[in-house]
Design a protein around this ligand. Structure first.
Ligand SMILES: [Ca+2]
Length: 89
């Protein structure tokens, strides 16, 4: 049986969360700081918003889950929106 769309979506989201927040065994630096740096590097025009194009270039995992992060369908995501999807510790 082929995976359903929901299973694929869940798998993609799980992969995204794992990629942006490595398991504690792998974590070396504060993930908030790491995420901020990656966001800043991906945000080419530095306006604090990541378009899907910027995400594709700098944060592919964000691009893959862009629609889920961009809940308001504004066409961009912010660092806070990305952080809100990170597992809380
Ligand atoms: Ca930008």
């Amino acid at each position: 049986m082929k995976p359903t769309m929901i299973q694929l979506t869940t798998a993609a989201l799980a992969a995204f969360l794992v990629a942006t927040a490595p398991a504690s065994a792998q974590v070396r630096k504060p993930d908030g700081e790491d995420l901020s740096k990656r966001f800043a590097a991906a945000d080419k025009d530095g306006n604090g918003q990541l378009t899907v194009e910027e995400a594709k270039a700098g944060m592919p995992r964000v691009a893959e889950n862009f629609d889920k992060i961009d809940k308001d369908k504004k066409g961009y995501v912010t660092l806070d929106q990305i952080k809100s999807l990170m597992p809380k510790r």
